[in-house]
Design a protein around this ligand. Structure first.
Ligand code: F6P
Length: 357
């Protein structure tokens, strides 16, 4: 008998259900007797012992469904070892649930924060296997995370739609794309949607360079310009501020987000009408794209294989077109950022895309 617990933690994304189905089907189709417990709303379910004993039917018909049928929540890693007002020792509580249910392994689906806690639980002696989810594609140790491609498709659709209206009105359009710390999503959606300017956190921008690019385009006869701007795009000036100074500036900003600040500055500098579109959480919503369905199913299946082989303490990742197992301690606490010198950035620049640098 193999008894596993499963949970999805952090911001949701597409193909979480597909990945869990991949694990479950692989285990159910093995010669082992299998019991799968689903913890509700991420680590909260493990902490408070909220779970459901799942059956084969729970994993049927979910391949194409977005979201996560187990629910998710954010449980910040920095608070995981802190005893808060409720007096609960969260790490001890998670271990207690694990041992009480006599689990052989925990399957944890999540992004960066989730992996820090997963690694901690593994260090504390629990058997853990993880799967890399996030639309941000910023997880260390894997070239791709599931959810990313679906989000690229949605953000690209948004830019495509803006293109037609931008052309009719001769305006400047900013599409704000998710990515607070890393710019994989705005970079890829921006390139796919034919954005003229892409601003990402890894390449601080100079607003004068951005305005110059717009003027240059319009002097050449272009009637509109489209910018793909990451939520975390940062000016060269702000990049010099300390973390504390930046947080203060952002808290006091009269703008709802960075795109509105950029829009106001560009209107002033260019004299053109600037409009902002924020697709927001639609980028994490809806059905996973076919690529993510296949990708998440493959990763899930390989996670099932690791469990059957009793190989624990790994994230199932994807490197150089191969599925690989990556030690959790190598993944936890590291971000995979866009390298400003990467060839994709050079190619984008050769295509005439400005990064405002
Ligand atoms: O981590 C995924 C992500 O969608 C980021 O791209 C975004 O910055 C953040 O989550 C939004 O978080 P929340 O859903 O908590 O508002």
């Amino acid at each position: 008998m193999i008894r596993i617990g499963m949970l999805t933690s952090g911001g949701d994304c597409q193909a979480l259900n597909a990945a869990m189905r991949g694990v479950a089907k692989t285990l159910y189709n093995s010669n082992e007797e299998v019991e799968i417990y689903g913890f509700l709303n991420g680590y909260q379910g493990l902490i408070h012992g909220r779970f459901r004993l799942l059956t084969y039917d729970d994993f049927s018909g979910i391949l194409t469904k977005g979201g996560t049928f187990l629910g998710s929540s954010r449980t910040p890693f920095k608070m995981i070892e802190v005893i808060e007002e409720d007096g609960i020792d969260k790490v001890a509580a998670m271990k207690q649930t694990y041992y009480k249910l006599q689990l052989d392994c925990l399957v944890i689906l999540g992004g960066n924060g989730t992996h820090k806690t997963a690694n901690l639980l593994s260090e504390q002696g629990l058997n853990v296997v993880t799967l890399p989810k996030t639309i941000d594609n910023d997880l260390w140790g894997t070239d791709m995370t599931f959810g990313f491609q679906s989000a690229v498709d949605i953000a690209t659709d948004c830019i495509d739609m803006i293109h037609t209206t931008a052309a009719s009105h001769g305006r400047i359009f900013i599409v704000e794309i998710m990515g607070h710390k890393v710019g994989w999503l705005p970079l890829n959606a921006g390139m796919a949607g034919g954005a003229d300017i892409i601003l990402i956190p890894e390449i601080p921008y100079d607003i004068d360079k951005v305005a110059e690019k717009i003027k240059e385009r319009h002097d050449r006869g272009a009637s509109f310009t489209i910018l793909a701007v990451a939520e975390g795009a940062i000016s060269k000036k702000d990049a010099k501020l300390s973390k504390k100074e930046l947080a203060k500036k952002q808290a006091e900003s009269p703008y709802p987000s960075v795109s509105y600040e950029i829009a106001a500055k560009l209107t002033k500098k260019t004299g053109y009408d600037v409009r902002v579109t924020v697709p927001g959480h639609t980028q994490r919503g809806g059905a996973p794209c076919p690529y993510d369905r296949v990708f998440a199913s493959r990763l899930g299946s390989e996670a099932g294989k690791l469990i059957l082989k009793k190989e624990f303490g790994f994230m199932v990742g994807y490197k150089n077109r191969e599925i690989v197992k990556v030690p959790l301690k190598d993944v936890a606490g590291k971000l995979k950022m866009v390298d400003p010198d990467a060839s994709i950035i050079k190619e984008a620049k050769m295509l005439g895309i400005s990064f405002g640098d």
